[in-house]
Write a protein that binds this ligand. Structure first.
Ligand SMILES: [Zn+2]
Length: 363
């Protein structure tokens, strides 16, 4: 065991004394998840932790320290649908709390129809990966392994009814201040961050963290090809371009303090945002360089071919998925910038050609 982290951090933002951070255990390497309680009217919880006994005990202990009970919660806001954020919603309702659950409209279905299967998006991501050249037998092996894992473990969250589907710009009022909902898609399609403009406090969920840069999602929005797409792709949520656009928007917001879901309390928001942008900028550049190298030999490059050269030491059986989404996201960014163009090979695989003048010099 590592050293015990404090369960409750009172008023991490001095200008917002009624807001407290609660640190809850998770079963993962990333460490605990940080959720927030606003001790105001209505008593509001922002994110909830995973559905595990130790997380519930930690939440109860923090509430006790504040002189509160879980049953007094009247509003729960989720930054996004992942299990360490929505996991205790059902637990709290079972404990007798009568609250409204607020989730962005683009993540609300994922909360209401939550299942680990759905969270993994196995079928649709396999369809996407296959189209980008990943071998079918590898995808089948991974799907089998994920399903066995799902079946072997109690779920970290249960589906929950959403009472209000949030949109960008909505306000959540308290007695003396309000939290503004800002849609920050990328890590999930319906991820939100919450801004308190007077104090410059930004609650960022997993959008910005102190100890990691988030993976972004990429999934089909429809099974039918987009008639306007020259290579007949299905319309898709494109997480990485969305993520970078939402970072640019927050960069201009002049915030003074970030309260994230992982990695402490961050007092230099601009720097945190710049680091996340740089992280992906470097990866996009690497993808472009490798795509150019492959294309110089065979005319074009598929995302899977790029993956194999980008991560020669990784085991595709266990480490393909999130990084494949990253490669596809980088190709999305490059395509938006006019640096690569997609086409279909004779077998239907999507491949990309770097534009001649954008090819990096080979050294
Ligand atoms: Zn997440």
């Amino acid at each position: 065991m590592t050293t015990e982290t404090p369960v409750l951090v009172r008023s991490p933002a001095a200008d917002l004394p009624v807001l407290h951070q609660i640190v809850l255990p998770t079963p993962w390497d990333i460490g605990p998840v940080q959720i927030y309680v606003v001790e105001g009217d209505p008593l509001t919880l922002i994110d909830t932790g995973v559905r595990r006994d130790n997380a519930r005990a930690a939440l109860e202990a923090a509430f006790e320290e504040l002189g509160l009970e879980l049953a007094q919660i009247r509003r729960v806001v989720l930054t996004h649908y992942h299990t360490d954020h929505m996991g205790q919603v059902a637990t709290l309702r079972d404990a007798g709390a009568d609250f409204e659950l607020l989730v962005h409209q683009d993540d609300a279905d994922d909360v209401e129809q939550f299942s680990v299967e759905r969270e993994e998006r196995i079928e649709e991501s396999n369809r996407l990966f296959a189209e980008h050249g990943v071998p079918i037998d590898l995808l089948a092996r991974q799907a089998g392994r994920i399903r066995r894992e799902v079946a072997g473990n109690p779920p970290l969250a249960l589906a929950a009814r959403v009472d209000r589907r949030l949109r960008d710009g909505e306000r959540l009022p308290f007695k003396d201040f309000e939290l503004e909902v800002l849609h920050a898609p990328g890590h999930t399609a319906g991820h939100i961050v919450l801004a308190e403009r007077r104090s410059g406090v930004l609650l960022t969920g997993d959008h910005l963290m102190g100890n990691a840069v988030p993976f972004t999602e990429s999934f089909d929005l429809s099974e039918r090809p987009d008639a306007a797409d020259p290579v007949g792709r299905r319309p898709r949520f494109r997480g990485l371009p969305s993520y970078l656009a939402s970072l640019r928007r927050l960069r201009a917001g002049g915030f003074r303090c970030i309260l994230p879901a992982h990695g402490g309390i961050l007092d230099r928001p601009a720097r945190v945002i710049d680091e996340a942008m740089l992280f992906y900028e470097v990866r996009v550049q690497r993808v472009e360089r490798i795509a150019a190298r492959i294309a110089a030999e065979r005319g074009d490059a598929s995302a899977w071919e790029i993956w194999q050269q980008l991560f020669p030491k990784l085991d595709p059986d266990t480490q393909m998925r999130t990084r494949m989404v990253m490669v596809i996201g980088a190709l999305d960014v490059l395509e938006d910038q006019g640096r690569v163009t997609p086409h279909r090979r004779a077998d239907g695989t999507l491949a990309f050609r770097p534009l001649a003048d954008a090819s990096p010099t080979r050294t």
